[in-house]
Write a protein that binds this ligand. Sequence first.
Ligand SMILES: CO[C@H](O)c1c[n+]2c([nH]1)[C@H](O)[C@@H](O)[C@H](O)[C@H]2CO
Length: 442
Amino acid sequence: MTIITRKDFPEYFTFGVATSSYQIEGATSADGRGPSIWDTFCREPGRISDGSSGDVACDHYHRWEEDLELISSLGVQAYRFSVAWPRVQPTGSGDINPLGLDFYERLVDGMLERGLDPYLTLYHWDLPQPLQDVGGWANRDTAYHFAEYARAVAERLGERVKSYATLNEPWCSSILSYQIGEHAPGLRNRKLALAAAHHLLLGHGEAVKVLREVVPGAAIGTVLNLNAITPATSSEQDAAAARFEDGAFNRWFLDPLLRGEYPADVWEAYGDDVPQVQPDDLETIRQPIDFLGVNYYSRSVVSADGQQQRPSDSSYTDMGWEVYPQGLSDLLLRLKADYTLPPIYITENGAAYKDTLEGSAVHDAERVAYLQTHLAEVASAVRQGVKVNGYFAWSLMDNFEWAHGYSKRFGLVYVDYGDQQRILKDSALWYRGLAGAKVPEL
Ligand SMILES: CO[C@H](O)c1c[n+]2c([nH]1)[C@H](O)[C@@H](O)[C@H](O)[C@H]2CO
């Protein structure tokens, strides 16, 4: 395994850690916060593997200062976090809750006081429940409500926030949530899912227009989860299946955002389930952006029979995801080859492993190896000319892992949910050595 050091990355490269509001904050009824679709989803029996919810999570809402100290101690330059829409606008439209904005203002000012650059995500899945009561993202109005919520946040926080990402992973907020049903609101309807995907993209475009007006000096972009997709064999059937998966998973979002069009091959395959697109929608969606966030965890090996392949010579994380670092450089080089790109940030990369607390230590060698090998691929892609400006490890600390509850640990920092103690894992110490290293004299 190649040893990477700070010298393998450009001087301007930003190292950070990432979280999201519903996964760490808790305090789901504090200070005027309204219910989100995840509060509702967690109460539906069987939805969450351990029957838990984000009601307490990491109690970050009350421990935010301690957590900012923790982040600062890791030597990183930036912190990627998300704002809970239901804290700021409890019903998703109309009245703004000043106490909700107060929390994020304290948080952002706390970052700046510690020399941390705030990288804000406006939507990381916690949609106000009243919007879902009238269709959620399958309702076109939600796109416009989202832009007004973006306005409220940007007007309060302004350009203290260095970077505004509109969405986190619209594929998850639409296909995984409205078609596959694994995430809130847990529906299984492809037509609704494709409508939701379109309205998420439209909401992104409408929000970009608002942000350009309110915070013209901030970097504005969005975040996609993208996979490196490999056919299981060299057969034409598997190759065709891989092309379609690439279209449905990657290009369905990349092409509207970067080209202002849906991929024709996939559009045709969807038949009557395709979304209703108004004449100016794609022009709105393709608003120029200053960065593209890429979340990468593993590759997808696709066969015509639809069976998920598990190459026997690979290792797998606790989520059952193949450890395939080369997929990250493959993906980045493919993006460079196929699209006219803004600078890229790796906004999420990390792994869940079964962590064991030994006294006040967690020796998570597998996670160190995962981070080391994936960062080496980022460095390789940068050497090959891909403009990657930064990397955010997922996640700062163990947290609520959606349908898996607290059974999966992604953190660089171990959380003892009994007493909310935070304990640096070996991976945090390793990452500090890289992220906190002084940039070598060039
Ligand atoms: C298939 O991986 C996805 O890209 C993905 C993985 N993850 C995500 N998206 C989400 O953005 C995080 O909230 C999850 O906690 C994290 C770990 O599951």
